[in-house]
Design a protein around this ligand. Sequence first.
Ligand SMILES: Nc1ncnc2c1ncn2[C@@H]1O[C@H](COP(=O)(O)OP(=O)(O)OP(=O)(O)O)[C@@H](O)[C@H]1O
Ligand SMILES: [Mg+2]
Length: 245
Amino acid sequence: MTARTGRPGFLTVENLRAGYRAGRVLHGVGLTVAEGEICAILGPNGAGKTSLLRALCGMIRTEGTLRFDGADLPRRRPEAVARMGVAHVPEGRGTFAPLTVEENLRLGAYTRRDRAGVRDDLERTYGYFPVLKERRGQAAGSLSGGEQQMVAIGRALMARPRLVLLDEPSLGLAPLVTRDLFRIVRAINEEKRTTVMLVEQNAHLTLEFAHRAHVLETGRIVLSGTAEEIRADERTARAYLGIGV
Ligand SMILES: Nc1ncnc2c1ncn2[C@@H]1O[C@H](COP(=O)(O)OP(=O)(O)OP(=O)(O)O)[C@@H](O)[C@H]1O
Ligand SMILES: [Mg+2]
């Protein structure tokens, strides 16, 4: 896809260093995301993709610059980051298994007071994911993997986010299901201009849907460009992504 013009630097990350008690895993990451863009973060297991999302949403210790829509992102305060309009769909989905589909979706809107708006967004979410409407009263834990991923994304949308961080939504899903899910992510991106950061290992499919991509390897960005540039540069893509894209 061609990158559309959006405000550049909607999200700005400079010299980001972050990690855990056991040690640093991000060693000076820099990238910018324009408003309305789907930005892919690609890279092998253990590269630091999940840690990058955790750093953005204030879940782990960070040093460096993290700016979102002209303001510093709060450090170590995930709720404050969420209030700024950043929604995180973590690895492994994190749906509440005993709660129904609709209860899970409503949890995404728990800080909102505009009941009519929440009702509208619930219908909009069911519009994107009609199967969830059919199963609105069913326990989330009894859904298929793909359906649970829909609940997780739907719950994030219920917060009316301006930036959605998706951590490997394709995990455990069949390629066709993943493709359908990515189509919906793109529809959400296009209709609401919601900016998306999409962490994935499946470079081939992801580059069909993303505008730009950054390749992360052992905590450093080793390649950045538009999806076309990265796809066109087959030699580097093969070297960094381990596949022909
Ligand atoms: N909670 C944690 N405590 C300590 N180290 C961690 C923790 N989570 C991740 N790490 C380490 O940080 C490094 C990066 O992990 P991360 O989960 O960010 O990688 P990833 O790119 O998301 O990998 P994958 O594709 O397997 O999900 C790894 O070496 C990992 O062992
Ligand atoms: Mg991960």
